[in-house]
Ligand binder design. Structure first.
Ligand SMILES: [Zn+2]
Length: 258
C-alpha cells in the first residue's frame, strides 16, 4: 500500500448545503453535479487508515458514497451543527469496531456532551447508543492519528475559535474569518491548502472569496482548494474560470493524492 494520502472532499457546501431547501436561486437549480454540495467534511485515507474531519448532517450519505467500511476516528474543527450533527451515525462503525476515537477541543467536547449526552454517558447507557474515545486537543500540541503527526492550527470564526489541521504538506482550514500571523506561520510551507470561501460579499464569520485569495497569496501553496461554499458564490464552472491558476473550487467527491 502506498504512503501517499488520499484526500476526498465529502462535502464542500456551507451550513444549509446546496441546493438550499425551497430556494429559487439559479445555482440551487443547476444540473451540474459540481453545484450540488453537501455539508463540509473531508476524508483522509492512507495505508489502512480512514479519518474524517467533521461529521455533519450528511455524514451517513458521505460514508455510503465513499464506501468507508472502517473509520479510525473523527477530528472536529468546532461545534457548529453543520460540522457535528451526524455524530449518531457513527453507530455502524461502533458496532463493528468499538469506541470511535474523536479528536476535539475541550469546549467542543463540552458542547457535544450536552447535545449527545447518551453517547457520552457512563451509566445507564441506552442499548444501541454509540460510544466514543475522547482525545482533547488544542492549538499548542501536536497529536497522532494512525502513524502520522497532526499540527492543529487555530483561527477565529467570529466569536469562537476553530481548529484547522496540518498533516505533512497538506493543510485543511474551514470556517475561518481571521487568523493570527503566528498561526498562519504554522501553515507556511504547505503544498496543498484547503480553505473556506463563502461568497463574494463579506460575511461576519467566514472568509469571502477576496479574503480567502489574500490568505492563499500569503501562504503561497503549490495548489489551493476552496470549500464551505454558498450558492451565492455562483455556478461552479463560472467561478472556477475566474480563479488564479493555482486555486480551484473544490467539489463533492473530488479526490487528491498529496
Ligand atoms: Zn460551517
Amino acid at each position: 500500500m502506498s504512503d501517499a494520502f488520499k484526500i476526498t472532499f465529502l462535502g464542500t457546501g456551507t451550513s444549509q448545503g446546496i441546493p438550499v431547501i425551497g430556494s429559487n436561486h439559479p445555482v440551487c437549480h443547476s444540473t451540474d453535479p459540481k453545484d450540488k454540495r453537501l455539508r463540509v467534511s473531508l476524508l483522509i485515507s492512507w495505508k489502512d487508515y480512514n479519518y474524517v474531519i467533521d461529521c455533519g448532517p450528511d455524514f451517513r450519505q458521505q460514508m455510503l458514497t465513499s464506501q468507508v467500511s472502517k473509520l479510525d476516528g473523527v477530528l472536529f474543527t468546532h461545534e457548529h451543527s453543520d460540522h457535528t450533527a451526524g455524530l449518531d451515525d457513527i453507530r455502524p462503525y461502533f458496532f463493528r469496531q468499538g469506541d470511535i476515537p474523536i479528536y476535539l477541543h475541550k469546549r467542543v467536547a463540552d458542547s457535544l456532551k450536552r447535545r449527545f449526552d447518551y453517547i457520552f454517558a457512563d451509566e445507564n447507557r441506552y442499548p444501541g447508543a454509540p460510544a466514543v474515545a475522547v482525545n482533547l486537543i488544542d492549538k499548542d500540541h501536536r497529536f497522532t492519528i494512525g502513524d502520522v503527526s497532526v499540527m492543529p492550527i487555530e483561527a477565529s470564526h467570529n466569536r469562537i475559535k476553530v481548529l484547522g489541521f496540518r498533516i505533512k504538506h497538506f493543510t485543511y482550514l474551514t470556517d475561518v474569518k481571521t487568523i493570527s500571523d503566528e498561526e498562519a506561520e504554522k501553515v507556511k510551507g504547505t503544498k496543498f491548502l484547503v480553505v473556506n470561501a463563502l461568497r463574494e460579499e463579506p460575511h461576519h464569520s467566514h472568509f469571502n472569496l477576496e479574503e480567502a485569495l489574500a490568505f492563499i497569496d500569503k501562504i503561497q501553496p503549490e495548489k489551493a482548494y476552496l470549500t464551505h461554499i454558498s450558492h451565492m458564490l455562483g455556478f461552479h464552472e463560472e467561478v472556477e474560470k475566474k480563479l488564479p491558476k493555482n486555486v480551484h473550487l473544490a467539489y463533492d467527491n473530488l479526490t487528491l493524492t498529496v
